[in-house]
Design a protein around this ligand. Sequence first.
Ligand SMILES: [Zn+2]
Length: 376
Amino acid sequence: MGQNRSGDQWLERGMTDWLQNFFQKINVPHQYLPVESDRGNVVAVLEGDPNLPTILLDAHTDTVPVEGMTIDPFQPKQKAGRLYGRGTCDVKGTMASHLSVIRQLAEQGDRQHSTIIATFTCDEELGQKGAIEIARQFSDPTASKTIIPKGRIDMAIVGEPTGLNPVVAHKGTVRWKIQTNGVATHSSRPTEGVNAIYRMGHALLAIQQYGQQLQKETGHPLCGPPTLSVGTISGGTSVNIVPDQCLIEIDRRINPGEDAAEIIEKVQTAANQGSNHDIQSLPPDMISLPLVDDNNHLVADALIEAAEGICDSQMKGVPFSTHAPRFAELGIPTVVFGPGSISQAHTRDEWIEIAQLDQAVAILHRLLTRPVGSSA
Ligand SMILES: [Zn+2]
């Protein structure tokens, strides 16, 4: 994460071309919506019964890089009920389940199903630009060039490997740097300067203690206490100079209901008190929002009900972040849901259980073809 990655190998063009081709073949209205000059989203809309809820299904089109993998990342292999390859679990497995159910319903041709807005979003793993752009399209009344129907979206299901459990809450992340300043001088006369590394030393201890304190908080009922970790430190330019600058990088997981600006302020206060100096927090390098479970239990219940007799499915909270809050922010009841386990994602031998793919299709098919809350 965080490295500068550019060039064709990082982009989603192959996927978005493939998706457009797929929807062309099954005759489902679709559109490529550019996000940047060479990156974009695909949106497809399958109109259904207006009396059933309108449901958004999202799956991201990017994956993490393939360096260090012990299997061929691009040649999927089936073995012992598993499918191996980069992205099988995160999140092409989920995407395949969305495509499969859309194709089934499209071929059925009777419109006896929910209207489906299927979004295929770029850049989930790093910047969430795809989901941010989709959210903008939804909320911007002037964005009339899209095929996204105006009006209410009753629920959104964002695909990520959750073991077919609807995730209603997850943590977000804020990452930023804290800097101490000093006065550089010759190392033979250290008392004439101010050592920025020593200052950071005091601040660090205070931040560590503050982080330990956080662990004692009850936190969120499904997500547990918030966490804080200092991940990098750098300072000084040469051993014979008293350093005038030291920098650390902080990763703080945001619980549902917490605010990033307040979080930064609290850490800064702890650091200031520890070092007895004014320490500078730099603007955040990245913020991903937490998923708040204030209106989405209904969606989880509908999925759990649809899973009856197919698999054991339970409402959950998870520590990892997704771009689901970009949809939730618009007031759409949103959950994260998909086959596979997050522990198999981003791994050297990424895989997904094929049986779970079939279960995902069966659950979604049931959800999309009957009213929410109906036990029929
Ligand atoms: Zn993912």
